[in-house]
Design a protein around this ligand. Structure first.
Ligand SMILES: [Fe+2]
Ligand SMILES: [Fe+2]
Length: 252
């Protein structure tokens, strides 16, 4: 009986081998990843034995390649999850509601941390990612929308979201720092900008509509200070965060 593998078996073996080699290089999932699974571990597998291949310190072959000088739109295309429709739909709604362009940008970017980086405290992370590149009012509004989401404002028809009752429970009470930020924001001259993010956020979840990123290329071009050397290469206080998005599983 012939033992010659078929082309498809050979292809399977090759794939298996590549995955195995990749696995050896991909050891270091971030400690944070393990914390999210309820484990306090650095993620170093037991009995790994002598290192046969270097750990990953470069482009991650599992992820789409990024250009050498990535733009904000490249991050939308190659890194942000399919949930970016929520951002695109929010931005479209903001535009239809006649908000100024920089607020359309704020709505486009308000949950950038959720779709690309981290959910917890996403308004704060998102603002930090964006601060060097957008108008101060935009990043402030993005930071504060997180706190304001929990508090109604009848003057603009914003109610406590029904979904929050379902997902956080009827008796959920925001943390004291959220309440404190809300109270500070309430007195701030840009309060209504953060509030407008909430207003355009609330009604924009629509799975039947697909909004194209290109619809906002002009707004991004006018209001996002794209560094010519690319996000991550530009030596700002947020550059390391963009680099982490490009190569999230580097060993160090
Ligand atoms: Fe949000
Ligand atoms: Fe949102």
């Amino acid at each position: 009986m012939s033992t010659t593998p078929t082309p498809s078996e050979l292809a399977d073996r090759l794939e298996e081998e590549q995955l195995r080699e990749l696995g050896e290089r991909m050891i270091m999932k971030p400690a944070f990843y393990h914390l999210c699974n309820g484990e306090q571990s650095l993620g170093v597998p037991p009995n790994r034995g002598p290192m046969r291949r270097p750990l990953l310190m470069g482009d991650d072959p599992r992820l789409p390649a990024m250009p050498a000088a990535p733009t904000l739109l490249d991050f939308f295309r190659y890194r942000f999850a399919p949930q970016q429709q929520h951002l695109l739909q929010s931005a479209r709604l903001a535009r239809e509601n006649g908000l100024p362009e920089k607020m359309v940008l704020a709505c486009l970017l308000h949950d950038i941390a959720v779709v690309g980086f981290i959910r917890a405290d996403h308004g704060y992370w998102g603002a930090q990612l964006l601060e060097p590149y957008v108008d101060e009012e935009v990043s402030w509004a993005i930071r504060m929308h997180q706190a304001l989401r929990f508090f109604p404002d009848e003057s603009v028809g914003y109610e406590y979201p029904e979904t929050y009752r379902k997902i956080f429970g009827e008796d959920y009470v925001p943390d004291p720092y959220v309440v404190a930020d809300y109270e500070r924001a309430r007195k701030h001259r840009w309060y209504m900008s953060a509030r407008m993010i909430c207003v355009n956020d609330l009604y924009s979840f629509d799975t039947s509509t697909v909004v194209e990123l290109e619809e906002f290329e002009d707004v991004v071009g006018r209001h996002f200070r794209q560094p010519p050397e690319g996000l991550g290469n530009d030596n700002t206080p947020a550059s390391h965060m963009w680099r982490t998005l490009i190569r999230p599983c580097n060993a160090l």
